[in-house]
Design a protein around this ligand. Structure first.
Ligand SMILES: O=C(O)Cc1cc(O)ccc1O
Ligand SMILES: [Fe+2]
Length: 441
């Protein structure tokens, strides 16, 4: 939480493009050419492959990076079990899945000295981490940097959605920064450390995390939209190589099949001097999303707002989609313009990064979230319904908020800590109370 971290974040350089075969070296000559694993890697470095897909997966889905590092990752002491804090992992069996609509206020402020890892709190999820299916929804609230400790998640990739405060992410492949309105992705198994960019002595950094146990997030196909639109591949930014040459005890925390394991290395494992490959962290600015919508009538389904999708083995049926409700114009004629009433076979968790959301007049607040599970009836609250049914339909710019959704094919089971939380809004159902009958036969 230092001026230094802020300056570092401001000066960061990136490589651009989604899914590219990127390469980068922090020291000229560190990257071998023409082969991955020369008899002796340049500059006395160790060569190591990090796989994010099976060796044999189709080229389109194959992910791996080659890392050239000061010490091989294999040189480490044994891991021992650490407490899991408020982190939980699928299968979520501590409580039964609940068909009720649930909504939460933001997490309470954490105790002083809570870093990103200690500040992770699991709301719920689905699937089974050991089967590499499903996802978990976590929130974080942190007021301290991770110092002399790094985290890696063997269970899945982490899509981090900051809501308050910027983050400096020091990863094995280099540095990224992400603030509210941006998202960062840390691939499965990549070690990283989080420093806070804002809020010295003030409000904690907060946000949401989708832990995706399934196939890595990909850009959705565009179908009839054509070759352009939604999130553009060129707007995704990967880090350039940057390494720590630190010979000091560093705690490495590994989340493995739901439990945290810890080992203290005698050096920092963020010691990758050069790398190339496709298994890379990235950031994306949601404000760059090219929003496509109806220019005639009717409210399109929110799949049109998909930023990233984790496909499952059934085409069109995502393990999880990451969807953004970004500023846009509404022009539909003779149309109820806010989200419609609906019951969805998919399960929807929604969060709010700033402002308000057009289906909810109040109660859905930045840092809070709502869960509308499989087949649960939801949509505009009473106030929104009344207002939108009577509104004059001139072109209208929705630009007072940024909301998102994690939408998944499997029902989401809330953790007991989420279902019983102080910040769970009791009486959420009331927002649909008093919807009058208007039927006249
Ligand atoms: O429930 C929600 O607010 C998310 C949502 C938005 C929308 O525009 C249409 C369907 C939908 O589930
Ligand atoms: Fe919905």
């Amino acid at each position: 939480m230092s001026e230094q971290a802020r300056k570092t974040a401001e000066a960061l350089e990136y490589l651009t493009g989604f899914g590219n075969e990127h390469s980068s070296e922090a020291v000229p000559g560190a990257l071998p050419h023409g082969r991955n694993s020369p008899q002796r890697a340049p500059l006395g470095l160790y060569a190591e492959q990090l796989s994010g897909s099976a060796f044999t997966e189709p080229r389109r889905h194959n992910r791996r990076s080659w890392l050239y590092r000061i010490r091989p990752s294999a040189a480490h002491p044994a891991f021992t079990r650490a407490g899991n804090g408020a982190l939980r992992t699928a299968p979520f069996t501590e409580a039964v899945p609940d068909p009720n609509r649930l909504r939460w206020n933001p997490l309470p402020d954490p105790a002083p000295g809570t870093d990103f890892l200690a500040g992770l709190w699991t709301l719920g999820g689905n699937g089974d981490a050991t089967q590499r299916t499903g996802m978990a929804i976590h929130l974080y609230a942190a007021n301290a940097d991770m110092t002399d400790r790094v985290f890696s998640d063997s269970d899945g990739e982490l899509l981090i959605v900051p809501e308050r405060g910027g983050l400096l992410l020091r990863t094995e492949l280099g540095l990224l920064s992400a603030g509210p309105g941006e998202v960062a992705l840390i691939p499965r198994g990549v070690r990283f450390r989080v420093e806070l960019l804002d809020g010295e002595g003030g409000a904690p950094a907060r946000g949401y995390v989708c832990e995706n146990y399934g196939q890595p997030f990909d850009l959705p196909d565009l179908g009839p939209i054509g070759a352009n639109g939604l999130a553009s591949a060129r707007d995704f930014r990967a880090p350039v190589a940057a390494y720590e040459d630190v010979e000091r005890p560093t705690e490495v925390v590994n989340k493995f099949c739901g439990n945290l394991w810890t080992a203290t290395y005698d050096h920092s494992p963020l010691d990758v001097v050069a790398w190339h490959g496709t298994h890379v962290p990235y950031v994306y600015d949601l404000r760059r999303f090219n929003v496509i919508g109806s220019i005639s009538h009717d409210h399109p389904d929110p799949s049109i707002f998909t930023v990233l999708t984790s496909p499952s083995d059934t085409p069109g049926l995502a393990g999880v989609d990451f969807v953004v409700f970004a500023p846009r114009w509404l022009v539909g004629e003779d149309t109820f313009r806010p989200p419609y009433f609906h019951r969805n076979v998919m399960s929807e968790y929604m969060g709010l990064i700033e402002g308000a959301y057009d289906a909810k007049a109040e109660g859905f607040v930045p840092g809070g979230g709502s869960l509308h599970n499989m087949m649960s009836a939801h949509g505009p609250d009473r106030e929104t319904f009344d207002r939108a049914s009577a509104a004059e339909l001139k072109p209208q710019k929705i630009d007072d908020g940024l909301a998102f959704m994690f939408e998944t094919r499997w029902p989401i089971t809330a953790t007991p800590q989420a279902a019983g939380a102080e910040h769970l809004q009791r009486g959420y159902d009331d927002v649909w109370e008093g919807l009058q009958r208007h039927f006249r036969a």
